[in-house]
Ligand binder design. Structure first.
Ligand code: HEC
Ligand code: HEC
Length: 215
């Protein structure tokens, strides 16, 4: 009889599916942790970053933002400018991840890491926090949010908990076209608009000093 025949065949398929759900999915989740081993030398075991190596604190970063950056490093729309010393280093490191699945898995692992404090060595000197607050509210908050926690719809990441020597370098890179100027980097182009709205880098440093006060 065709109906009972069908039922007999469905069982192994069901068991295979059950096996995939119970065993393979946790394996996939564990993969990100394994892949993260190649990142530890620069970003630290807890993803806390290393100011001396120019590697930012990435612990707890949103996976949509991290996977986009990893894809940008892989394709060269970030980190392919020869004058971008730190970006080119990260570009080499990103080659370890060979697929979107791997980039997503490692991003999810990074998102699961508890946030780490900013390196105490990283301070922005000679700044005016009050001016920074007005600069931030006038220019940056429209995309990054009034508490700098980011806005996924606008592609703008959280800026809270990033070390200021790193953010200062990024802001300069956006203003001077070492980041965000690649024709395929559409989100970077948005940030370039934001960066060039600042009158000068002094106002930018003030804004970053204000962001550093946000918890
Ligand atoms: C050789 C050192 C080195 C290794 C290894 C390394 N990174 Fe990086 N990473 C850096 C540096 C330096 C930067 C800063 C680049 C810049 O200034 O634009 C960076 C930047 C990043 C960023 C961008 C953060 C942001 O706020 O935009 C992410 C995400 C990242 N790394 C993830 C990883 C992952 C995941 C791995 C492992 C697969 C890894 N890195 C391995 C040095 C490294
Ligand atoms: C028009 C929207 C917009 C405005 C305005 C804007 N940003 Fe951004 N910003 C973005 C986007 C989008 C990104 C992500 C770019 C990418 O994917 O590479 C970003 C990225 C950044 C980064 C890099 C973060 C990292 O982890 O590497 C910094 C730092 C930053 N913004 C600071 C600022 C500051 C300071 C201001 C105000 C002076 C500002 N932004 C204004 C949209 C904006």
């Amino acid at each position: 009889m065709p109906t009972s025949h069908k039922k007999v065949n469905a069982l192994p398929r069901f068991l295979t599916l059950l096996f995939l759900v119970v065993f393979a999915l946790p394996l996939l989740a564990a993969d990100g942790k394994k892949l993260f081993a190649s990142c530890v030398a620069c970003h630290g075991a807890r993803g806390e970053g290393n100011a001396q190596l120019g590697a930012p604190n990435i612990a707890g970063m949103a996976p949509w933002y991290v996977s986009r950056q990893l894809a940008n490093f892989a394709s060269g729309s970030r980190g392919s400018d020869n004058a971008d010393r730190y970006g080119t280093q990260m570009r080499e490191a990103a080659k370890v991840l060979i697929s979107d699945d791997q980039r997503l898995a490692v991003s999810q692992h990074i998102a699961s890491l508890p946030p780490q404090p900013v390196a105490s060595s990283a301070k922005v000197s000679d700044t005016d926090v009050a001016n920074g607050r007005s600069q931030f509210n006038a220019i940056c908050s429209s995309c990054h949010g009034s508490a700098a926690r980011g806005n996924p719809t606008l592609g703008a990441p959280s800026l809270v908990g990033l070390d200021a020597t790193y953010t200062e370098r990024q802001l300069k890179a956006f203003r001077e076209g070492r980041r965000g100027a690649h024709p395929d980097d559409k989100w970077g182009a948005q940030m370039r608009v934001g960066a060039t709205m600042l009158a000068d880098m002094k106002s930018g440093r003030d804004a970053l000093a204000y962001i550093a006060t946000l918890k």
